[in-house]
Write a protein that binds this ligand. Structure first.
Ligand code: ADP
Ligand code: GN1
Ligand code: MG
Length: 373
């Protein structure tokens, strides 16, 4: 399932988009972005002489098992964000196109689910932080997004992937994958397994605080990678949070922690040279500052206490998910070459090690912003 993604022909794209009745003529469509899960394409249209772009996405229904429920979440979330948009900039809420039947997705006879978004123009995503300001803007946008959803009406959102950030469960999955060793790769990863197993006592820390009532459940994004937020080309401002498939009940520490995981790494997520992987203190500071600027003064004491830990835990969690996928024969994340998931896992576990080494410096940054609140 991880690598099933064939690019459709233009003829097939025409069939996929037909139910959405998009105005104009479809000129071409090509693969777009660098996500690990869905298949994303940009489609160029000629609309009365003007070139207009749409994002077409085939949702990975092996991973998101109930796409109609997922789309119901996205409609609720985008409508709510849109209702709070008081600017004159329509790019600030992701906009879905509906089919002639009023559905937010189209299911093909083969069983694939497709959706169409208006292309957010004059802005782009980045696969790596080039300057701390970008990390600030991304963190602020995710903070604002969370604040906007604090009063989402209509009850709890569907859990599109149950136990998504349940680190103890992710840990059990790793243990089981190592035991079963279906792909015969365990012998290659003994050092990584030892590193991961040694940290077992920490995996339930956040969920234990939730159980004690010290950390509240909120509506969170749960996948706050830098390339899931669009930054304005001219001003650099984070203007639109995208990739809403995992928006569901969660902890603000998941969003903050994943910002740290992806943003502070001085190397790409799949860099193989451990010497290049470290935690950037200026980027960490920008993330704290941006997140607090966006989310406002919502953080409880227990959340403040665990900001640094959340960065480490989210890095560890994704690290063991990559490692599990490698052990299971690459069935979840898209890979570009054999061993890619192992490279990613090693990278993330190395970053865990660097975050642990930098703990004092990171805590000092948090203290500075906590005192100023
Ligand atoms: P995935 O789940 O595969 O990560 P995303 O929704 O994040 O999918 O989309 C992949 C990439 O496509 C994004 O990183 C972004 O660059 C681009 N993208 C997605 N939606 C839009 C949009 N509405 N307008 C412009 N670009 C978009
Ligand atoms: C996946 O879809 P994408 O590429 O934004 C994954 C995240 C991981 C991330 C690691 C649904 O995100 O949980 O943190 O890869 N999404 C899902 O890069 O599993
Ligand atoms: Mg994405």
């Amino acid at each position: 399932m991880a690598n099933r993604s064939v690019t459709p022909s233009l003829e097939d794209f025409r069939k996929v988009v037909a139910p959405f009745s998009l105005p104009g003529i479809l000129l071409d469509a090509e693969r777009y972005g660098s996500g690990h899960i869905n298949d994303t394409f940009v489609a160029n249209y000629d609309q009365a002489g003007t070139r207009v772009r749409y994002i077409l996405q085939r949702v990975n229904h092996h991973i998101f098992k109930n796409v109609p429920e997922l789309m119901e979440n996205i409609i609720r979330v985008t409508s709510h964000v849109e209702s709070k948009n008081t600017s004159n900039d329509s790019r600030r809420a992701l906009a879905l196109r509906k089919t002639a039947d009023g559905l937010s997705y189209h299911q093909t006879p083969e069983g694939d689910f497709w959706r169409v978004y208006l292309f957010v123009e004059g802005a782009r995503t980045y696969d790596a932080v080039e300057h701390p300001r970008q990390a600030y803007e991304a963190a602020r946008a995710f903070g604002l997004f969370q604040q906007a959803l604090a009063d989402l009406p209509g009850g709890r959102l569907h859990e599109t992937i149950p136990h998504f950030h349940d680190t103890p469960k992710r840990f059990e999955n790793l243990r089981k994958a190592a035991e079963e060793d279906v792909a015969g790769r365990k012998h290659e990863v003994l050092a990584e397994l030892e590193f991961a197993f040694k940290r077992e006592p920490e995996v339930s820390r956040l969920l234990d605080l939730v159980a004690k009532g010290e950390i509240p459940e909120r509506v969170t994004h749960n996948d706050t990678k830098l390339n899931n937020v669009m930054l304005d080309d001219k001003t650099g401002e984070g203007i639109c949070v995208i990739d809403l498939d995992t928006v569901m009940p969660g902890l603000s520490l998941y969003d903050f922690g994943d910002l740290v995981r992806f943003g502070t790494n001085t190397a790409a997520e799949d860099e193989t040279d451990p010497a290049k992987i470290d935690v950037s203190l200026p980027v960490f500071e920008a993330i704290v500052e941006g997140y607090v600027a966006g989310a406002g003064n919502i953080l409880t004491d227990a959340e403040w206490d665990n900001l640094v830990f959340a960065g480490k835990l989210m890095t560890y969690e994704v690290g063991i998910r990559f490692l599990t996928d490698h052990l299971q024969g690459d069935i979840y994340f898209k890979i570009k070459h054999p061993g890619h998931n192992l490279e990613r896992a090693r990278n993330q576990l190395r970053l865990v090690d660097r975050i642990e080494a930098a703990d004092e410096a990171l805590q000092a940054i948090v203290r500075k912003y906590r005192a100023a609140r």
